[in-house]
Design a protein around this ligand. Structure first.
Ligand SMILES: Cc1cc2nc3c(=O)[nH]c(=O)nc-3n(C[C@H](O)[C@H](O)[C@H](O)COP(=O)(O)O)c2cc1C
Length: 371
């Protein structure tokens, strides 16, 4: 399974594990892949703690970081942005709080975990990303992936000075062009099936499109809908030089999701996800739940753009998380959730992926050539 990216980063297998959980990231790296820590949910102080831990706990193996640097955005102080939110939207969120009986916060109950409960309405803005980047540059990730838009020129330059590669998260060939023009060394193409922000085009169609746009200049990783070695073989057959997996780690033993949420993940099928703008203002795939369904009803307001939608819903999300209302908590997840039926250690997932990959290749090799 060795490809160009193995030499690029000194990894054994071209499997990239995206996660917000440092234990998962370290375990992927220690198993020969590349753990990528999503910074989005962390304040600069928290990120400092997580990256210090990763510097010390990856057993000398490389790891990477992913920071949201949205291209299309409204920047500004939260109080100013609050004024742009229409009253009808505020009323609707208030109605949802009443309908789902979301209790008010108890004094001091600010943190329900997984970032959903922190004061993070601004988190897809550069105002949020810049202090995170200062932290990243104090640590030793080998690659910095920019999500929702290309990294600004000064960020690329500082990364180069630190010996870090730059990666770009994309959902279209034209995104890849922009990232490469901005200096990206590697591209991830995330298709429709994927958890979190993704593309309106499926992985099967998107990956060849992005590879064509990259035109051999940089390697392309396939993401979205990959949770088995068979799917990795398919991604490499499409021309990808590696696979980027997010959902598969969510119910792992190392995962920091709550037991109740993991139970839900292991029970749900591939049809039980929803691609919605109700979270960030951009289409994002989540485990379906009644709160997201409510945004699809007739006559309700359409979700706002980025970052207003997130600012709008943040207080409700904080309350939902603090009250541990698992049935309406937002869980980003991909359609491969339907393939996940047991809790496994990351090391075992990595081994299974490689074994299934070899079985898939053997299966293809055994096919009779046409007469
Ligand atoms: C819980 C979760 C959170 C995510 N957060 C981010 C993020 O902060 N930045 C990002 O670039 N992608 C994020 N993604 C998308 C992943 O990077 C990846 O593209 C996707 O999970 C791949 O599809 P899969 O879920 O089918 O494996 C997230 C995905 C999940 C499941």
């Amino acid at each position: 399974m060795r490809t160009r990216v193995c030499d690029m980063f000194g990894i054994d297998v071209p499997i990239f594990g995206f996660t917000h959980c440092r234990d998962v990231a370290a375990a992927v790296s220690q198993a020969g892949g590349m753990g990528i820590l999503g910074a989005a949910t962390f304040s600069p102080e928290e990120l400092e703690r997580e990256l210090r831990w990763l510097d010390e706990n990856c057993g000398g193996r490389p790891y990477g970081v992913n920071v949201l640097m949205a291209e299309s955005r409204t920047e500004g102080a939260e109080q100013d942005l609050q004024r742009l939110i229409p009253a009808g939207h505020r009323d609707f969120v208030q109605q949802l709080n009443e309908r789902f009986e979301v209790p008010p916060l108890r004094d001091g109950a600010q943190d329900g975990g997984h970032g959903v409960a922190r004061n993070m309405g601004l988190r897809s803005t550069h105002g949020w990303a810049r202090p995170q980047l200062e932290v990243v540059f104090r640590h030793k990730p080998v690659v910095l992936f920019s999500a929702l838009g290309p990294a600004p020129a000064d960020v690329v330059e500082r990364a180069r000075q630190k010996g870090m590669k730059i990666g770009g998260m994309t959902g279209a060939g034209r995104h890849a062009e922009k990232h490469i023009a901005a200096g990206a060394d590697i591209i991830t193409a995330t298709g429709y099936e994927g958890g979190g922000h993704n593309s309106d085009v499926t992985t099967m169609v998107l990956v060849p499109e992005v590879i064509e746009a990259a035109a051999g200049r940089v390697p392309v990783l396939a993401a979205g809908g990959i949770a088995s070695g068979r799917q990795i073989a398919a991604a490499l057959a499409l021309g990808a030089e590696g696979a980027w997996l997010g959902t598969v780690w969510l119910p792992s033993v190392e995962s920091d999701f709550e037991a109740g949420t993991i139970e839900q993940m292991l029970e749900r099928g591939s049809h039980d996800t929803v691609r919605t703008k109700a979270w960030s203002g951009k289409p994002t795939r989540f485990l379906r739940n009644p709160w997201f369904d409510a945004w699809e009803e007739e006559g309700v307001p359409k979700p706002l753009g980025t970052p207003l939608q997130r600012i709008l819903i943040q207080p409700a999300m904080t309350r939902i998380a603090a009250a541990r209302m698992t049935h309406i908590m937002p869980v980003p997840i991909g359609q491969v959730v339907g393939q996940l039926r047991q809790r496994r250690r990351v090391r075992d997932i990595m081994q299974d992926l490689q074994k299934e990959y070899l079985d898939a290749i053997e299966h293809l090799n055994a096919l009779q050539p046409a007469q």
